[in-house]
Ligand binder design. Sequence first.
Ligand code: NAI
Ligand code: 15L
Length: 269
Amino acid sequence: PAPRTLLLTGAAGGVGTLMRDLLPAHGHALRLLDAVPVPGAPDAILADLSDRAALREAVRGVDAVVHLAGISQEADFDAIVAANVTGLHHLYEAVREEGVRRVVFASSNHAVGFTRRPADGEPLVPVTTPHRPDTFYGLSKCFGEDLAQLYWDRHGIETVSVRIGSCFPEPTSVRMLSLWLSPADCARLLHAALTAEGVGHTVVHGSSANTRAWWDLSDALALGYAPRDDSEAYARKLIAEQGLPPEGSPDDLYLGGGFTADAPRWSPP
Ligand code: NAI
Ligand code: 15L
């Protein structure tokens, strides 16, 4: 089949940079957008999520949007609202106006960050676990999932909301051993989310097949996602370097780890 044309927002960011390299091999042709220039991509659309006209033009003619753009850490409430709430609304309005059928929305573990992690032998956290945001950032991801539900119920726009764990080239903390989404598995999951039939609005967990997993991947697997990576390969080294999180510490207790205490903060460039 002909490549599906995607708009990849947030293309200059960490995940966007990784996905630019990996998604084309799954048969997708990419149009890129970010508020800052995308290195090595002079054709990328330079636009902020506040620019409704630019968003409308950016989504025109694409088959789907992979929406990664936004503030990806804790920040002032107003900054979060502008990018992740109002900006997300602008994106969905553009999608509705231009008749785009599907969005893949980068939600986050921080939408449910105050959820206790399962103790050894306890059942994994299901995707139906109630929202328990750990920050204004996490709260904006709860809003995003609900916005996606609204646009499905009201307008028939499909979304897969992927609650990403930690998507980086390698896990860098013991907590990440439980939440890591390898870049290659991220591309596999996004591809599944883009191509599965009849998703309506579906929320899935986004991580690799980690031995130390905290959450249940069955909803992602039902889309056709077949993860191949496991953070366990990094476990011995990370634990030797960092030790296990102290009992009762945020990384020991909660899915959201340190975001439940002193979250790393975004500041304007
Ligand atoms: P990042 O901060 O590296 O990249 C975000 C990109 O969005 C940046 O290039 C930035 O310029 C762009 N952006 C921010 N505000 C914008 C605006 N108003 N208009 C246009 N572009 C804007 O974040 P990262 O790590 O690449 O994450 C991508 C997405 O995945 C984010 O939505 C994040 O919340 C989500 N996510 C990422 C996780 C991870 O492990 N990396 C975990 C959970 C969720
Ligand atoms: C996120 O939602 C952040 O965007 C990312 O930078 C990481 O902090 C990740 O969660 C995590 O919890 O490891």
